[in-house]
Design a protein around this ligand. Structure first.
Ligand code: GMT
Length: 376
């Protein structure tokens, strides 16, 4: 099977899921063609089954906005023809499902066609896709997809609530490859971030307002008063300003908070952390929480969207209402002050990550591709 994957190249969850999925399919012998505006962050192009096609946008002074979606449709059409692809998989409805639909129309004009799978990831439904400027086109292109998948039950419910969807939505959960977490984080590394008597709290995101960074900082402030600790923040994004502002207002915490930006060895840092904070306003799944769990790190989170499908109350961590900083702080203090509870939750977090292992989810994707092609 030859599969075309359309995705964002950046560190966002949808791009990561698309890249990891494509690489795993390539390892299984499938030919996988990535079509994106830049090389996806984690893509290993040394695998002979992986191909990367960069979408080039021709800039022209007449255009106030460069027509990226036209370049994308054109590239999809070209790659499908050149490499005789069997199926297209759009990750994130905007603009991928829409551009793939246009490419299909171009193929139809040549008496050809290709099945299209669209995977809904979250903000394409719960935030951006609902904006009146996009809503009709998003709804239309989702309905034009041959198969629709969503990364959680919660996102499926939201999609059916916010859009008039005419087809079934298959839930295929996000996954994690636990085999890359097998090595234990070493003590020497831990010392780079905290003293032996300190706990490590961690937050990883693209620092957008939806992640509620202010809550991460306030939780840490409360915890730090009771438990010797450090906070590691990984990622870059528009809320960086809020962190600087918080540090200005809380100078005593400057030495306790480490801002690492984008890192290459995320998993090794997660492995030496004690608790992962995810107080998001919205989260269709919470891939970052799953990555933390695979690294044996329990999660203190909000109960937004699909998080409760991943983080289980009292087992793999604790959940509270969105914005309930006090409850999340208290849970965190409770967890970090009780070694027995902490070690139990670390074990449970890992067990939950194994439940979402790549080995369990990849066959579901392959089966879904085969069914989609067979029905087409
Ligand atoms: O969370 C983000 O802002 C990035 C976004 C994306 O699409 O890149 O993440 C969404 O997709 C991830 C992968 O399926 C999910 O794990 C995230 O929960 C989801 N984010 C939101 O719903 C806010």
């Amino acid at each position: 099977m030859k599969i075309g994957i359309l995705c964002y190249p950046t560190y966002g969850g949808s791009g990561i899921v698309a890249t990891e999925l494509g690489m795993s399919l390539a390892d299984k012998g499938f030919e996988v063609h990535f079509i994106s505006s830049a090389l996806p962050a984690r893509l290993d192009v040394t695998n002979p089954n992986i191909f990367f096609h960069k979408v080039n946008v021709q800039t022209y002074p007449l255009f106030q906005y460069q027509p990226y979606d036209i370049a994308l449709s054109s590239m999809i059409y070209r790659v499908v023809n050149l490499y005789k692809l069997d199926i297209l998989h759009a990750h994130y409805a905007i603009p991928y499902a829409y551009a793939a639909f246009t490419a299909k129309q171009m193929l139809k004009a040549d008496n050809k066609d290709i099945p299209l799978v669209t995977t809904l990831h979250g903000t394409d439904i719960t935030l951006v896709g609902q904006h009146p400027s996009y809503k009709h086109a998003v709804e239309f292109s989702i309905n034009q997809s041959d198969t629709i998948t969503s990364v959680s039950e919660s996102l499926k419910k939201d999609t059916l609530q916010f859009f008039d969807i005419q087809k079934d939505i298959q839930v295929i959960n996000n996954f994690i490859d636990n085999s890359v977490f097998d090595e234990e984080g070493n003590a020497c590394q831990r010392k780079q971030f905290a003293n032996d008597d300190e706990k490590i709290l961690i937050h990883v995101s693209n620092l957008r307002p939806v992640k509620r960074i202010q809550d991460v900082l306030e939780i840490f402030k409360n915890v730090n008063k009771k438990v010797k600790s450090k906070l590691i923040i990984i990622g870059e994004g528009p809320e960086m300003e809020k962190i600087s502002e918080f540090m200005e207002n809380n100078p005593e915490l400057i030495g306790e908070i480490k801002l690492l930006g984008k890192v290459n060895d995320l998993y090794r840092i997660l492995q030496l952390s004690d608790v992962f904070l995810l107080p998001s306003e919205q989260e269709s799944f919470g891939l970052a929480a799953l990555e933390a769990m695979a690294a044996r790190t329990p999660v203190i989170s909000s109960n937004a969207g699909g998080i409760p499908e991943v983080n289980i109350q009292g087992e793999t961590g604790f959940l509270a209402e969105i914005g309930n900083v006090e409850a999340m702080s208290n849970y965190c203090i409770k967890l970090l002050s009780d070694e027995k509870l902490l070690s139990e939750m670390k074990k449970n977090a890992k067990a939950q990550a194994i439940h979402f292992d790549l080995k369990n989810i990849l066959p579901i994707y392959i089966d879904m591709y085969e069914t989609t092609i067979a029905k087409f």
